[in-house]
Design a protein around this ligand. Structure first.
Ligand code: HDL
Ligand code: ZN
Length: 416
């Protein structure tokens, strides 16, 4: 039994880093897909370089019009971004650094700065082989996808009885129902659900049938929606009625958590397309009310504004049916991951889910988890050192148990 102690902090730091790196993680929110979903799965260096985080960054430094950029092919956009953000200035942003982390982890030499050489590696790569390689490099055991039944290409895939890769767990994503009910109503009706815009009792029943049908098809880990900072609850609106009378009753019946991702200001700059969303501080009382009035439902919540984080931690202390997760999107940067992980451990101990990758491109699992593991290991080392100083002799098996909790067991125990 390896029992490091605080006067040998180097030993403790080394041990914690080793355990964090060797513990496989269950990544509970991504936008990647198993190979059977075809083109929905993005992968390779050109998709990495044209990730919407870098698109936003390149427009800040490059004299190119939106129109010209959007007429370029993915390869041309990647060349342009490589030139502007990597060759003409050091790639210091988290999104840029991430690509170098991937290149390095895949065995290339970043110092060569040769994009075409990196491209050659992918030319003959089979996607199924690459999934195995990336999951191994990232030490990821399973991921949860983002599955939208309103996406025509994705829906067609689910309608075929395709063979599934059990490393890819589904999540039933229902933004459309909540933020665009009138359009969703027409679509549901075309699929044979007897729904009307005014959302009477029969329509609510039919929406529950729709949710049950897709829960049966996808076998999702949770139902999820991204919501604006202005989201309120309860609310006499289509969104409020569908949550109250459809999502939460189905969630309770099927023991399906409702994952709310709150704080996105959609398309503040529409010319940036996917990169055009921004952030706003949301009202934490929404979470309080939902968790208190629906104590038999389970809620997974992540919020996009840094200013919401501390109050979200305190709210989680009040409601055992609330599980907070991840350093989402604009928070997924080392300086903020450190701050959030520290305050979460200080307020919640290990009863939280410290991170998800939000990966949109398969390869991103490598960098998003490498970067996050570094910070999580630092924070854990600090907390173990505090315990060790007061005689709570930290043992290696304690560290292994704790990291397994943070990297998947907490989620599994919460959702079981
Ligand atoms: O709604 C979401 O799931 C967000 O994560 C968006 O997909 C966002 O565009 C994103 O990729 N954030 O990292
Ligand atoms: Zn996401």
């Amino acid at each position: 039994m390896n029992t490091p102690n605080s006067n040998d902090s180097g030993n403790l730091k080394t041990l914690v880093s080793s355990v964090v790196n060797k513990t496989a993680v269950f990544d509970i929110h991504t936008h990647i897909y198993d190979a059977n979903f075809g083109k929905l799965l993005l992968w390779g260096i050109d998709e990495l370089l044209t990730y919407h985080y870098l698109v936003a960054e390149v427009f800040r430094v490059a004299p190119i019009t939106y129109e010209k950029f959007w007429t370029m092919s993915t390869k041309e956009q990647a060349d342009y971004i490589w030139q502007k953000l990597f060759l003409e200035r050091s790639p210091m942003s988290e999104a840029c650094r991430g690509i170098l982390t991937c290149i390095h982890a895949l065995g290339f030499d970043p110092a060569e700065r040769n994009l075409n050489k990196y491209r050659a590696f992918f030319r003959d790569m089979k996607v199924s082989d690459y999934i195995d390689l990336v999951f191994s490099k990232a030490n990821v055991s399973r991921v949860i996808m983002t599955n939208d039944p309103f996406d025509n290409h994705e829906r067609s895939k689910w309608k075929k009885s395709m063979k599934r890769d059990d490393r890819f767990v589904a999540a039933l994503r229902i933004d459309k129902l909540l933020v665009d009910w009138y359009d969703a109503c027409g679509t549901l009706s075309s699929w044979g659900y007897e729904v009307e815009p005014r959302l009477g009792n029969w329509t609510q029943r039919e929406i529950r049938r729709f949710l049950n049908d897709w829960a049966k098809t996808m076998k999702p880990a949770y139902m999820a929606a991204s919501l604006p900072p202005t989201f309120t609850y309860p609310e006499d609106s289509a969104c409020g009625k569908i949550i109250e009378n459809c999502i939460l009753p189905v969630g309770k019946d099927l023991n399906l958590p409702f994952a709310m991702m709150i704080g996105v200001k959609k398309l503040v700059n529409p010319d940036l397309k996917l990169a055009g969303d921004s952030v706003g501080k949301a009202d934490i009382s929404v979470i309080e009310k939902m968790c208190s009035t629906h104590s038999e439902n389970k809620f997974l919540v992540t919020m996009l504004s840094r200013e919401n984080q501390h109050e979200l931690c305190v709210t989680a202390r009040k409601f055992p049916n609330l599980m907070i997760f991840g350093c989402w999107w604009f928070l997924n940067n080392p300086s903020i991951i450190r701050e959030m992980t520290s305050e979460r451990i200080e307020l919640l101990g290990l009863s939280m889910i410290p991170q998800h990758s939000d990966a949109r491109v398969l390869d991103q699992l490598i960098y998003k988890w490498k970067h996050s593991r570094e910070v999580i290991a630092e924070v854990l080392t600090e907390k173990y050192t505090d315990l060790d100083k007061i005689g709570w002799n930290i043992r290696e098996e304690d560290i292994k148990r704790d990291v397994e909790i943070l990297f998947g067991k907490m989620f599994m125990d919460f959702t079981v």
